[in-house]
Design a protein around this ligand. Structure first.
Ligand code: BYC
Ligand code: FE
Ligand code: FE
Length: 474
């Protein structure tokens, strides 16, 4: 169904035909706009931004570009087209028709999944709200705002499900999604990473690469859900998500490229000399990778999880690209997970029922996907004739969730004592000095086509516009 833009809330779910739901969403809408004005991007609300807006949900022409003031962005409700006669693809209900309504016995668990997903979307906008003041270029500023408005729309996507399918509880949850705030001491966001401040652009690129990619994988899992409205919502969200990871990937590429240019100009890889020239040395980029990767890896939950087993058994949350697996039941299968024998100081392995290991399965798929970009960045380094390799740290490194959480490991996964960790952590994650240096680079550059000295220009502009296009009119 085409998206109807004539109504107050653009949608392809025939909102006009459901007055109750329409009224409920129309009463939530002003609260959302208030939240955007208070907790969304600081300033820039009256500036024209060259934004992409969804026009239809199919592959062709789902995006139009034009100048929009952010509070006027047409946030709305878009579901991917229904698959006729869709059946549940995994778990104990495999083969049954997908549910169009919430099954009573799964109501609270589904609500919790939707709320957890929904909570991350506005959280990320809050985390990034000050970045506009220190943008490295207008091109980057526009990308930040594009990501922000789409995360806002992802909140709409979850709020629609809460309003349409969870009655009064759903409406209350929708309000609370606007009341918790990133980093708030009393009402923080649900998942830890979404309470970390993002106050420099290197962190922003890392977040888009690593944390948004958790979004991609979680959405892929939910796109398999037996609850069809959730599956269709997540399928459409995934089309928007690709750009967020592009921003992260190309951002890190451009920072790396700039470091390499300076290294080759100076004929040295001495980090202090690179920094002296206002570029970011490769070892510092590595520390930011270590920090944000380890933080994102926690988002998959514990390797052994009875919650994960229930989500799968009940047909609520599948594996990414479930169709690619042969066994969609997984009752008989086992999966080997690692653990730690603290007394012996040794890594041990354990075979656990596959359903309980679903978080580990999804995390592994995520890690393999993360590695693809790292390979690309390393090709840049090799091509520039430099001898340095960026790497993902071991998944044991710096964990707060799961079996590794009570122990310390180095980036190679070797166990460390608490003292060793305390002494050496500044070698591996950004130290206060590193953060102060990165912060010192964050001076706003907002003339069309101009770039901050720590980042190379992008290869091309947005939607065939030149790089020096005035992407945000200040
Ligand atoms: N922080 O059984 P376990 C995105 C809790 S990102 C704090 O392993 P489960 C985006 C857990 O709740 C995608 N607490 O957990 C990206 C449980 O609590 P209870 C977001 C945590 O349930 C960038 C206990 O620990 N979407 O879209 O299997 C920008 C035991 O854990 C954490 C989703 O997450 C944590 N990291 O797995 C914008 C999808 N991890 O029951 C947007 C929905 C675990 O003991 N969520 N706990 O009270 C889920 O599928 C699952 O809730 C999780 C956790 C995968 C997150
Ligand atoms: Fe999102
Ligand atoms: Fe995203």
């Amino acid at each position: 169904m085409a998206i109807d833009y004539k109504t107050r809330i653009p949608n392809n779910v025939d909102l006009d035909g459901n007055r109750r739901l329409q009224r409920a969403l129309e009463s939530w809408q002003p609260h959302y706009i208030d939240w955007w004005r208070q907790m969304g991007p600081d300033r820039f609300l009256e500036n024209d931004v060259y934004l992409r807006t969804a026009t239809s949900v199919d592959a062709k022409g789902w995006a139009t570009y034009g100048a929009v003031k952010m509070p006027d962005y047409r946030w709305g409700i878009f579901l991917a087209d229904a698959v006729p006669d869709r059946r549940i693809g995994f778990g104990d209900h495999k083969g049954e028709p997908a549910w169009q309504e919430v099954p009573g016995e799964y109501r609270s668990i589904l609500r919790r999944l939707i709320v957890t997903q929904g909570d991350t979307e506005p959280a990320s906008v809050e985390q990034q709200r000050m970045l506009g003041h220190i943008c490295p270029s207008l091109y980057d500023l526009r990308n930040l705002f594009q990501v922000n408005v789409e995360e806002g729309r992802h909140l709409w996507a979850m709020v629609y499900l809460l309003h349409a399918h969870f009655g009064r509880d759903g409406r209350e949850e929708a309000e609370e999604l606007l009341q918790r705030h990133s980093g708030d001491a009393d009402k923080p966001r649900i998942l830890a990473t979404f309470n970390e401040p993002i106050d420099d652009w290197l962190s922003f690129f890392m977040f888009c690469y690593f944390t948004d990619r958790d979004g991609k994988f979680q959405l892929k899992c939910l796109a398999e859900s037996g609850f069809d409205p959730l599956a269709r919502t997540c399928r459409f969200m995934l089309t928007e998500e690709a750009h967020h990871m592009f921003v992260g990937d190309t951002g890190i590429q451009r920072v790396t490229k700039r470091a390499l240019e300076v290294m080759n100009e100076l004929g040295t890889d001495d980090p202090a000399a690179i920094r002296e020239q206002g570029a970011i040395d490769l070892p510092t980029i590595q520390k930011y990778i270590n920090f944000w990767f380890s933080s994102a890896v926690d988002l998959f939950g514990a390797d052994i999880s009875s919650n994960a087993a229930s989500y799968f058994a009940d047909g609520l949350k599948g594996r990414p690209d479930e169709g690619r697996y042969e066994d969609h039941d997984c009752r008989e299968a086992f999966f080997t997970v690692e653990g730690f024998d603290a007394a012996k100081g040794k890594i041990v392995t354990e075979d656990v029922p596959m359903r309980k290991a679903m978080n580990a399965v999804v995390r592994n798929a995520y890690i393999a996907d993360c590695a693809i970009g790292v390979k690309r960045w390393n090709r840049l380094i090799t091509k520039a004739g430099q001898d340095f390799e960026l790497r993902l740290p071991s998944p044991r490194f710096r964990r707060d969730v799961g079996v590794w959480a009570d122990f310390q490991f180095d980036p190679d996964g070797n166990p460390l004592s608490a003292e060793e960790w305390a002494q050496r952590k500044d070698e591996w994650i950004p130290s206060p000095d590193d953060r102060a240096f990165i912060k010192s680079l964050m001076q706003p550059v907002n003339k069309p086509g101009k770039m901050a000295g720590w980042i190379a220009p992008p290869d091309r502009g947005i939607n065939n516009q030149p790089v020096d296009y005035e992407y945000v009119r200040l």
